[in-house]
Design a protein around this ligand. Structure first.
Ligand code: NI
Length: 192
């Protein structure tokens, strides 16, 4: 799934965390139209043990769902933090990468790919994204890195970074598709 030049693999290996189920706990995933998904997020300023624990809980929640990425607002935390699965990097082992304060600093080209979201149940749709991106972010120690990637992994990163700006993938759909989904959700909410 992960597709990036050789030089990036060293970075990925350095930053990825091996999934260790024992220490983690599954969090509630907030779903559209919960307002926490639209809230402004704050930059992470403290790189401590509780940040590392939150990242592990996010990974556990992501793999349990299952998903390939999760942003902190999806578990009700309005901070700039995402985790993404990087299993393509290894043989059978689950690995994920936490990105703290991630920001797209360069992009190129366009692509369309099918997306879904753990916070937007029962919908997948084709979304227009940048083909290639460079993301600046910090690791769990607060050290700054830049990662360039393309194709599917670039889609996942753009989707998760959108969450930090209160944007959901349905916001990228046509007004018609979006309103059909909103109607469906309203109907569910009346029924339950
Ligand atoms: Ni999502």
């Amino acid at each position: 799934m992960v597709h990036c030049p050789d030089v990036e693999w060293a970075l990925l290996r350095q930053i990825t965390v091996i999934y260790d189920k024992i220490t983690m706990s599954i969090q509630k995933i907030y779903q559209y139209p919960d307002p926490v998904l639209r809230k402004e997020t704050e930059r992470v300023a403290t790189f401590d043990e509780s940040l590392a624990r939150l990242v592990e809980d996010m990974a556990e929640t992501m793999y349990d769902a299952p998903g390939v990425g999760l942003a902190a607002p999806q578990i009700g935390q309005s901070i700039k933090l995402i985790v993404v699965d990087t299993h393509g990097d290894s043989e059978g082992e689950r690995r994920f990468m936490p990105l703290v304060n991630p920001e797209i600093v360069a992009h190129e080209g366009t692509q369309f790919d099918e997306e879904g979201c753990l916070s937007v149940p029962d919908l997948t749709a084709s979304v227009k994204r940048h083909k290639r991106i460079t993301v600046a972010f910090q690791d769990l120690q607060g050290q700054t890195h830049e990662l360039s990637t393309e194709d599917r992994f670039a889609v996942v990163l753009q989707h998760e970074i959108d969450h930090l700006n209160g944007i959901l993938f349905i916001d990228h759909l046509s007004p018609l598709k979006r309103s059909l989904y909103k109607k469906k959700v309203k109907k569910w909410m009346v029924e339950t």
